[in-house]
Each structure stands twice: as C-alpha cells, then as structure tokens.
Ligand binder design. Sequence first.
Ligand code: A5P
Length: 217
Amino acid sequence: MSEEINLAKKAAGDKAASLVESGMLVGLGTGSTAYWAIKKIGERVADGLKIKAVATSKESEDLARNWNIPIIPFSDVEVLDLDIDGADEIDPNFNLIKGGGGALLREKIIAAKSKQMIVVADESKSVDTLGKFPLPVEVVPFGIEWTIAHLKERCQSVTLRQKEKKHYVTDNGNYILDCDFYPINHPKTLHRELNNIPGVVENGLFIDLCTKVIIGE
Ligand code: A5P
C-alpha cells in the first residue's frame, strides 16, 4: 500500500473516531482503515473518553484490548450507537462490498445492530457499479463443492480463498468464496438470491446499512 493511500485511510479513520462520544456503545470494524479509527479511539480512551465496544473480528478485538478499549460480549448488546468500518467498494447509493479481510459475517451482524454505520475509506473504494472487487461469500465447509457449483451457474468465476497455502478459515470456522459478479446492477436482488443458496452463510453485499461515508484524502 502506498504511503499516500495509508495517509488517506488514517485521515478517514481519525475523522470517524472524532465522532465517537462518551457513553456510546461502538462497533469496531476490521481492516487497514478501521485500524486507524480503533487506534484513535484508543488514544481518546486514554484521554478519558468513556465508551464500550464490540469488535467485528478477533483481530480488531485484540487491537482494541491492546489500546485498553473496554470490550463487552456481543450477547450483552441491545443496540449499538455507532459502527465504524471499512469497505472494499462503495456505490453512489452507499451500497457496499465488504469482506476483503474475511470478517463480513460479524461485520454485517454488528452493522445491522447499529443506529449508524460510518464507512471509512480512501477514494479508490468509490465506484459507479459494484463488482470489480470479487464478492466474498462465506460458506460452510460441508457440501462446498455443491455450493460452488450453484454459484458458478450465476457468475463468471468462483475462487476458494487461500491463506498460506491452506483454505482461509473465518473467525466462524467457515470458508470464503471470492466471486466475480461484475457488473452488479441489482445488488439487492443478488444479495437475496445468494443468501437463499443452501451452504451460503452470508455474502459481502451490504445493502441499506451504511448511513455515512468518510473518504480520506
Ligand atoms: C474486512 O472483512 C473488510 O470488510 C474490510 O472492511 C474491507 O476489506 C476494507 O479493508 P481496508 O480498510 O483494509 O481496505
């Protein structure tokens, strides 16, 4: 990642963190942009900001704990005041592709539990039409060949995500299929169709969840 992009991500993360207020229950996103928001929130906590938080991944939970951000179990949450997270693509209607970092399932559960979802990104994430970034689809390992066959009927290609020469495993013990659906002209319909395939746990389309986008420069 270039230094310029990293600075843009930091600017977006810092700005979102400045919107957090004492007393809030906050969702902490995952990825290299959410990282900066978590870091800044950690600095504000050290300066006296009083919040509680839940994390969208084990990685973000570890970061938050390192910076002494109080983490509570998700089962204790009724509603979150604010969720701050990154995105892989953002369209003009604030529909998103997420899951490049593999955390899409917890990210979506937390976004859906939040009054506001602020997306932080650099400008490369803004697109007219979703789908150039392959859509991550979280699937259970059982019957995966059958799930892949179903997906292949609907898109150009399906790739089983790998990490260090092994199948990538999510925090929930599932696999990720990266699928080329470009151009995604009807994200809402695709979202519904994908989640109707047996074996699919969740897909990386975030529809009507994001309330604000902060693009760093
Ligand atoms: C994590 O699963 C993703 O949804 C990330 O939020 C997304 O990939 C954006 O990541 P970066 O901020 O690292 O670009």
